[in-house]
Design a binder for this molecule. Structure first.
Ligand code: SF4
Length: 443
């Protein structure tokens, strides 16, 4: 069944606005006590008092129950606007509600459609973050997700003269992201473990831990230890995001995950000094060695490299992809994979700010890389599609620059941000990116 057939024959028959993610999927930020059903609707607050008596309310909030009622009645919850906009483009449009629903058995969809709205539902897929502790402060991240970013703002004050950053990512310490000190009791984390140990470990198919850097959180190790000590008790697939920086305890990780069914996701989009500039805190050699150690251990279902495609990574992205392909040749096609995710925010770091001629150079470089590997038995279909999608995105004809009104603001912010980033972090933009030097100095 194609995605379109699934939408028409299964999903729309349940209701024209039905999406199983409202019942079965969640991201929960336990540090801030916020949740959402996927990354599109804005996150909302979970009541800390209610979860003390009923931990299932970490997911089954009043707001989600109201959204479920609307979906059962064929009404559109406002927070899901992202999907409605896509669907309103035309009858054949496939929104994320199709992809987010297709992953569950059809019986589960019918069950969700008919379940009374006041019932609490057990999750099937969950992403959680315990806290924002992180030793990196990447250029495209912000204090909501990194304590090192918080320290930058505390020490040096807000970034100034940014005019396109309407969300003020770089001007304050985002204290609402970490309501409780690391040493304090956190009702959301207590509730999660209570729910996990009594109930959730039986129903959850996939649990992904994100951060901050999750392997710097004691709670992540507590959960990994639970899996090790309760072998066979849960069939939940565990996935961990890690920056695999020098400070990550890879020895402990390898010792703890023996015999577990586990995936590891790590971020990178460039190599050497350019990667170290973008992901402040990263040491390229240590990251590459850590990836190699995990591959060599053969203890993971897969290592997945997530590349956040920004304006600065395109000079060496093809070399990173080459490096991944060489790992595949040594360890197997599925041992390591990559995804290319095009950065949208902060928009002044998007590849679209680059001059046309430079985008063309980068596009051609990727095209050459793809032509070399496209027929290889070691590349996965989604990897070809992601690379081709990026090539198309960089095509100045297919994806022209943002409207003329916005571009001067984005260019202002690019220059303002990176000159302050250089000073605060002891970096040097023009030395690190010589091919962008002339353009950067002209901004
Ligand atoms: S309808 Fe779309 S936005 Fe809403 S939860 Fe589903 S996938 Fe997310």
């Amino acid at each position: 069944m194609t995605d379109l057939e699934f939408r028409k024959e299964v999903l729309d028959k349940l209701s024209p606005s039905f999406c199983a993610a409202k019942w079965y999927n969640a991201t929960i930020w336990l540090g801030s006590g916020q949740t959402t059903s996927c990354h599109h609707p804005p996150a909302h607050l979970v009541d800390p008092d209610q979860v003390r008596t009923n931990p299932r309310l970490l997911h089954n909030t009043d707001q989600k129950k109201e959204d479920r009622r609307k979906m059962q009645a064929g009404e559109r919850p406002l927070g899901c606007e992202y999907c409605w906009k896509i669907e309103d483009m035309g009858l054949g449009a496939i929104s994320d509600r199709v992809y987010k629903s297709r992953i569950y058995p059809i019986e589960a969809l019918h069950e969700a459609r008919n379940i009374p709205v006041d019932h609490d539902v057990n999750l099937r897929t969950l992403e959680i973050a315990f806290d924002r502790t992180c030793q990196f402060a990447c250029s495209y991240c912000n204090p909501a997700f990194s304590t090192t970013w918080v320290n930058d703002i505390r020490r040096n004050g807000p970034y100034t003269n940014l005019v396109s950053d309407g969300r003020n990512h770089f001007t304050h310490t985002h204290d609402s992201s970490q309501k409780y000190k690391i040493t304090e009791a956190n009702p959301y984390i207590d509730a999660f473990f209570q729910w996990w140990e009594t109930d959730l470990h039986r129903t959850l198919q996939e649990l992904r831990i994100t951060g901050g850097e999750p392997l710097m959180s004691a709670h992540t190790w507590r959960l990994i230890d639970w899996f090790r000590d309760n072998r066979g008790k849960s069939h939940t697939r565990l996935a961990i995001n890690s920056n695999l920086g020098s400070e990550v305890d890879v020895d402990r990780l390898l010792a703890s995950v023996q015999g577990m069914d586990i995936d590891l996701y790590t971020s990178n989009e460039a190599i050497a000094t350019q990667a170290e500039y973008i992901r402040d805190g990263l040491k390229w050699d240590d990251w590459a060695n850590n990836v190699e150690r995990l591959l060599n251990s053969r203890q993971f279902r897969g290592i997945h490299v997530m590349a956040t495609i920004n304006a600065l990574c395109l000079g060496t992205l093809d070399q990173l992809l080459e490096c991944i392909m060489n790992w595949k040749l040594r360890y197997g096609k599925d041992a390591i994979s990559f995804t290319l995710n095009i950065l949208r925010f902060p928009s002044f770091q998007s590849p679209l700010v680059l001059p046309d001629a430079q985008r063309t150079v980068y596009r051609q470089r990727l095209q050459t890389w793809l032509e070399h590997w496209a027929d290889s038995e070691f590349i996965q279909e989604h990897e070809i599609n992601h690379t081709q999608r990026l090539i198309d995105y960089l095509d100045v004809v297919k994806t022209p620059h943002s409207d003329a009104f916005e571009m001067p603001k984005l260019l202002n912010d690019f220059r303002q941000f990176y000159s302050q980033y250089d000073q605060r972090r002891g970096k040097n933009f023009t030395k690190t990116f010589p091919e962008l030097k002339e353009w950067y100095n002209s901004l």
